[in-house]
Design a protein around this ligand. Structure first.
Ligand code: NAP
Length: 292
């Protein structure tokens, strides 16, 4: 019976087991596959993962803080995205080898509304301003978001269930510590900015941890509630029990909002697809993640 798990430290709060178990049940795989959580301290990560991979009963694992860089480092092979981002959140154990992927990047793209930025018709009527994005932050989550948006790729299916394409975006990067924005933007295909014209962006993505503990986003981020407007998409990858203050303000102003839980679901669905080859039910995963 193949096992799966999320590895982190701490990991007690994770919603992944409930979300992935809901997906496995919907795929009628729950009798065969299991998904748990394993707390591993940084000092023993490499040895314990090597042991899991060698034992043969694990098909793969998701990896979360603080192990994403170490996960890439121990892999025998890595996807282009994981290498570019410098971190992996998905490891697959196959034929004695460890393969690394970063599904956070695909999770960002698949969380966006289908057709954003003009969709496949990227050079069409939507125009260049529809493909301008602002990423706030320069940490691990920002790296995945910047790379994903600068590259473009597979988006969410449209209303008929057909695959859609997110075009590549021109990505501006703002960070509290400006030097980090400069480094990260140069590495991943963005442009560092210190005073972004927030109202001009078609898409704003908050990848900073601001809001996690109820902080006022407008006190720490280069945004004002009046920047938001209809036609703009505001994505806050931080998630908690309530919609964030940032998303509440964006929604009040008529912007389209995306919560961080959607990214958790989408990155998890992509990981499950890698391991099982099956397309999981996004709706079942949303319900599982919300319930946990
Ligand atoms: P990280 O590497 O520690 O980066 C944290 C970022 O937040 C840095 O850019 C930091 O700026 C900024 N920051 C922290 N406090 C700030 C403040 N008071 N004002 C302005 N900026 C501040 O963390 P991460 O791994 O990127 O994760 C960031 C958040 O995303 C976390 O809340 C995490 O839970 C969430 N996340 C969600 C998902 C999902 O699936 N939804 C996936 C991954 C991460 P400095 O460089 O100046 O310190």
């Amino acid at each position: 019976m193949p096992s799966l798990a999320v590895i982190g430290h701490p990991v007690a709060h994770t919603r992944s087991p409930a979300m992935q178990t809901a997906a496995l049940a919907e795929l009628k795989l729950a009798g065969e596959w299991t998904y748990g959580a394993i707390d591993i301290e940084p000092g023993s990560f490499e040895a314990e993962v090597a042991e899991l991979a060698a034992a043969g009963d694990y098909a793969g694992v998701n990896v979360t803080l603080p192990h994403k860089e170490a996960a890439l480092a121990l892999a025998d092979e890595a996807s282009e995205g994981a290498r570019a981002i410098g971190a992996a959140n998905t490891l697959t154990f196959r034929d004695g080898r460890i393969l690394a992927d970063n599904t956070d990047a695909g999770g960002v793209l698949r969380s966006l509304p289908a057709g954003i930025g003009g969709g496949a018709d990227a050079a069409g009527a939507a125009g260049a301003s529809a493909r301008r994005a602002l990423v706030l932050g320069a940490g691990g989550a920002a790296r995945a978001a910047i790379w994903a948006l600068a590259q473009g790729g597979e988006g969410a299916p449209d209303a008929e269930g057909n695959p859609t394409l997110v075009p590549s975006f021109e990505v501006d990067v703002w960070n509290r510590t400006p030097e980090r924005a400069v480094t990260v933007a140069a590495e991943l295909g963005g442009r560092a900015v210190s005073d972004p014209p927030a109202a001009d962006y078609a898409l704003i993505v908050n990848t900073t941890s601001v809001g996690l503990h109820g902080e006022d986003p407008f006190a720490s981020l280069p945004l004002a509630a009046t920047d938001f407007h209809p036609g703009q998409v505001v994505f806050d990858i931080v998630y908690g029990p309530e919609p964030s203050a940032l998303l509440a303000a964006a929604e009040d102003r008529g912007a389209t909002t995306i919560e961080g839980l959607e990214m958790l679901v989408q990155q998890g669905a992509l990981s499950l697809r890698i391991w099982t080859g099956a397309e999981p039910s996004i709706e079942a995963m949303r319900t599982g993640a919300r319930r946990s």
